[in-house]
Design a protein around this ligand. Structure first.
Ligand code: SR1
Ligand code: MG
Length: 408
């Protein structure tokens, strides 16, 4: 089994690879700090203490298991997949993709850009930070990465040659289990805030919901529509006022586009429902929630507009039909609602929770926020086929209420 890097060996590693001077200049005073965000890889920030404006890099190591959940074995090949995805995304949407200084295929280590002036978007949402360019950046990132890796752009041969490079069976199986299976049945991995127990019982016995989830699961497993990130939650986005970077695509494979769009939108819904707890004062809460809804609307609109433009300008022959284009975009909207719902359910009643809720210590307040998100999830998934515009998804968020018993 590969040895995990330590603060010391991470710094030594840069020297062994002749990167110290290249990245930091002569005689830097390097220090390494372990980063414990994320579930999967071992991460170190390496920076020069002496530099005027300290430059930092990220050293990222893939071990044959998840560092947070060591029982989850994960092939180290995910490092190759991540690197290849960053290359492809970097070709089509360089502004939103981190720079990689070194990929070491033997040791499954990447040395890459560190974002000192950015915040993990999930944290920004708990602090009511408004990012004026996030909708534009994420709309464009989604449109470009998804369009350029789909059959609408790649030739039939190119696409079929690319798909096997991103067969990612173990990480896909983790998502199949954690997102689409375990949360909807009794399973030892599942956990939830106690006040949600009646809702969980209802979910386990709701075969109509399970039918919808399994339709999504089947689509997830069989619809190789585009090279998707496959874990595009707000912890995979580094952001500040001017810039947005999408990180951590090690789960990537050819799957349904709506999974990326929906996972992101579902996590924005979390940002909306938690503000009762995080925002101080009614007006701050109301205005931040309005910003989140506007961001959801603009992200979709920018995504759709860019996707249509790319299709008009760069789509290959054989797909020119305005009616088919409208159908395709509508299906994407509906898929996004379904996959977004699956993400919301699993983060609240499955295994891998998110700190948006976990950091709410008061159990009743947490259950109120979580059950409001579950109401959105339930309405998104059950009404998918009636949606015709992003405003339909938004009005469900606006009307969502917590679990009745918690209102008393
Ligand atoms: C064992 S990995 C748990 C979760 O963390 C990753 O970020 C994925 O979302 C996965 O489902
Ligand atoms: Mg991740």
């Amino acid at each position: 089994m590969a040895e995990s890097l330590t603060e010391l060996t991470a710094i030594e590693y840069l020297a062994q690879k002749n990167l110290t001077k290249k990245l930091f200049g002569d005689s830097p005073n390097l220090t390494a700090t372990k980063i414990t965000e994320g579930n999967v890889n071992v991460l170190f920030k390496i920076s020069d203490q002496d530099a005027q404006k300290s430059k930092a890099v990220l050293v990222k190591q893939a071990l044959p298991y998840s560092w947070r959940y060591p029982d989850f074995k994960m092939p180290v090949d995910r490092a190759r997949i991540e690197y290849r995805v960053l290359e492809i995304e970097g070709k089509y949407c360089p502004a939103q993709v981190p720079e990689v200084y070194l990929f070491d295929e033997d040791d499954h280590i990447m040395v890459m850009e560190f974002f000192d002036n950015h915040l993990v978007m999930r944290d920004g949402l708990t602090q009511q930070v408004e990012y004026p360019r996030i909708a534009e950046h994420m709309g464009l990132f989604l449109a470009k990465t998804l369009f350029y890796t789909s059959d609408l752009f790649l030739s039939s041969g190119e696409k079929k040659a690319l798909v096997p490079d991103f067969i990612n069976p173990v990480l896909c199986k983790i998502q199949e289990d954690l997102v689409f299976t375990q949360p909807f049945m009794e399973h030892p991995n599942n956990r939830w805030t106690p006040a949600l127990a009646p809702l969980v019982t209802e979910i386990y016995t709701n075969d109509i919901l399970r039918k919808e989830i399994y339709q999504l699961k089947e689509r997830y497993m069989s619809h190789a529509q585009a090279l998707i990130h496959n874990d595009l939650h707000t912890g995979s986005i580094m952001v500040n006022e001017q810039d947005t970077k999408v990180i951590d695509p090690e789960f990537a494979f050819f799957g349904p586009m709506g999974h990326d769009i929906g996972t992101y939108l579902g996590n924005l819904v979390f940002g909306h429902v938690i503000q009762d707890f995080y925002a101080h004062g009614r007006s701050r809460k109301t205005s931040y929630q309005a910003w989140i809804l506007e961001t959801i609307r603009d992200t979709w609109k920018i995504f759709e507009q860019e996707f249509r433009t790319l299709w008009d300008q760069n789509g290959i022959d054989g797909w020119q039909s305005p009616a088919f284009k409208d159908y395709y975009l509508l299906e994407l909207l509906r898929d996004s609602a379904g996959f977004g719902a699956a993400e919301m359910f699993r983060r609240i009643i499955g295994m891998a929770h998110v700190q948006d809720f976990e950091h709410i210590e008061d159990e009743k307040a947490r259950a109120i926020a979580e059950s409001t998100a579950l109401t959105v999830a339930n309405n998104w998934i059950m009404n998918q086929s009636s949606f015709t515009s992003i405003d339909d998804l938004i009005s469900i968020i606006q009307r969502a209420e917590p679990f009745q018993a918690l209102k008393e």
